[in-house]
Design a protein around this ligand. Structure first.
Ligand SMILES: C[S@@+](CC[C@H](N)C(=O)[O-])C[C@H]1O[C@@H](n2cnc3c(N)ncnc32)[C@H](O)[C@@H]1O
Length: 312
C-alpha cells in the first residue's frame, strides 16, 4: 500500500488536501465548536473547518513541522501547536480545554515536505538521509540505516515497506555501511543498486516509506492519538482519520471497533463487559473517487474512517 510516486501536480501548492469534502461533512462542524486538526500542513482541511466556525468557535492546529507555521492564518480562533499530536491531551489541558467537538488527522507527509530536497524525504533529489518531520528530533534516516541491526532492518523494510527482498536489502546495507557509513540519498541508492527489484522508482518509494515511518515513529504516534480520543472527545464529538498505509488503517479500524488496544479477557466464566465509547460511523473506509484520483494521484491510497463518541 504505498502512496504516490511523488507526482507533483502543482509545484506551487504546499499540499492538496485529500478527501476534503467527505472529511468536513463527516465532522458535522458546529459553529461554536472546538476542533483539532492534528496535521495542519498547508491548512487545506483547517480552512474548511474555519469557514464553518462562527466567532465563538476554535481550532487547535497541531503540526510537528515548524514549516507549517507559515500557513497559519491570522485568525484569533486558531491556536497553532508546533508539536506531535501524540501529546494532544497534554496541550489541550495546557490551554484550558477539557473536551473537543472533533479531531482530524490526515496522516503522513505533505507534498511540501517531499518537494524540499534538503528534507531528505524524496528519492528524486540527492541530500542527507534525514526524513525528520520534526527537526528538533535527533534521530534521522541515516541513524536508522547505520544503527539498526540487520534483523531490525529486515523487519522494517518487510513490514513498513512491503519490500519483497527485505532480507537481501538489509544484508546489502550492513555490508555497505561496514565500508563507509551511509549519509546521502545518492550514496544509499548506489550502495543497494544491485539488489533493486522491479521498477526502481517503485522500489525506492517503498524503501523510503518504510524509513520515514520508522524515523518519525508514525505508527506509535497514531496509536497514542487514538487512545486519547475517548478522553478528549465530547459525547457526540467525532474523529476523522485519513490513512495512507494498510498498517495505519488497520490500527484505526481496530481501535474504532473496540475502543482499546488492550487484549480483552475472553474468560467465559467471568462477566467482563468492555464498553466501547466510540461508534464507527463509516463501516467501510471512504476512498477518493476517480475524479479526485485523476486530479491528485496521491489520494488513491487514502482511506478515511470516522467514529463518534457515544454516551456509555
Ligand atoms: C498529509 S499532511 C496534512 C495536510 C493538510 N491536511 C492539508 O490539507 O494541508 C501531514 C502534515 O502533518 C504533519 N504530521 C504528521 N504526523 C504528525 C504528528 N504525529 N504530529 C504532528 N504533526 C504531524 C506533517 O508534518 C505534515 O505537515
Amino acid at each position: 500500500m504505498i502512496w504516490g510516486f511523488e507526482k507533483v501536480e502543482m509545484p506551487d501548492a504546499y499540499h492538496i488536501p485529500v478527501l476534503l469534502h467527505e472529511t468536513i461533512a463527516h465532522l458535522n462542524i458546529k459553529p461554536n465548536g472546538v476542533y483539532v486538526d492534528g496535521t495542519f500542513g498547508g491548512g487545506g482541511h483547517s480552512m474548511e473547518i474555519l469557514k464553518r466556525l462562527g466567532a465563538a468557535g476554535k481550532l487547535i492546529a497541531f503540526d510537528q513541522d515548524e514549516a507549517a507555521r507559515a500557513n497559519v492564518p491570522d485568525d484569533s480562533r486558531v491556536l497553532f501547536v508546533p508539536h506531535n499530536f501524540r501529546h494532544l491531551k497534554r496541550f489541550l489541558q495546557l490551554h484550558g480545554i477539557k473536551e473537543v467537538d472533533g479531531v482530524l488527522a490526515d496522516l503522513g507527509v505533505s507534498s511540501h515536505q517531499f518537494d524540499e530536497a534538503a528534507r531528505g524525504f524524496s528519492t528524486r533529489f540527492d541530500a542527507a538521509l534525514d526524513m525528520r518531520m520534526d527537526q528538533r528530533q535527533e534521530r534521522t534516516a541515516a541513524d536508522v540505516l547505520n544503527g539498526f541491526s540487520e534483523a531490525q532492518l529486515h523487519k522494517l523494510f518487510e513490514q513498513y515497506g512491503e519490500v519483497t527482498n527485505a532480507k537481501t536489502l538489509a544484508r546489502t546495507i550492513v555490508t555497505a555501511r561496514n565500508i563507509a557509513p551511509l549519509q546521502t540519498i545518492e550514496g544509499f541508492k548506489t550502495a543497494v543498486h544491485d539488489v533493486v527489484k522491479g521498477n526502481p522508482a517503485k522500489y525506492f518509494a517503498q524503501v523510503f516509506q518504510a524509513l520515514r515511518i520508522e524515523v518519525n515513529d508514525e505508527l506509535g504516534a497514531l496509536k497514542e492519538l487514538l487512545e486519547q480520543l475517548p478522553q478528549v472527545l465530547k459525547v457526540g464529538g467525532r474523529a476523522a482519520i485519513i490513512t495512507f498505509h494498510s498498517l495505519e488503517d488497520r490500527l484505526v479500524k481496530q481501535f474504532f471497533k473496540k475502543g482499546t488496544f488492550d487484549e480483552v479477557d475472553e474468560n467465559p466464566f467471568e462477566m467482563t463487559t468492555v464498553v466501547n465509547p466510540l461508534k464507527a460511523i463509516t463501516k467501510k473506509p471512504v476512498e477518493a473517487n476517480a475524479e479526485e484520483v485523476k486530479r491528485n494521484p496521491r489520494s488513491r491510497s487514502a482511506k478515511l474512517r470516522v467514529a463518534e463518541k457515544v454516551a456509555v
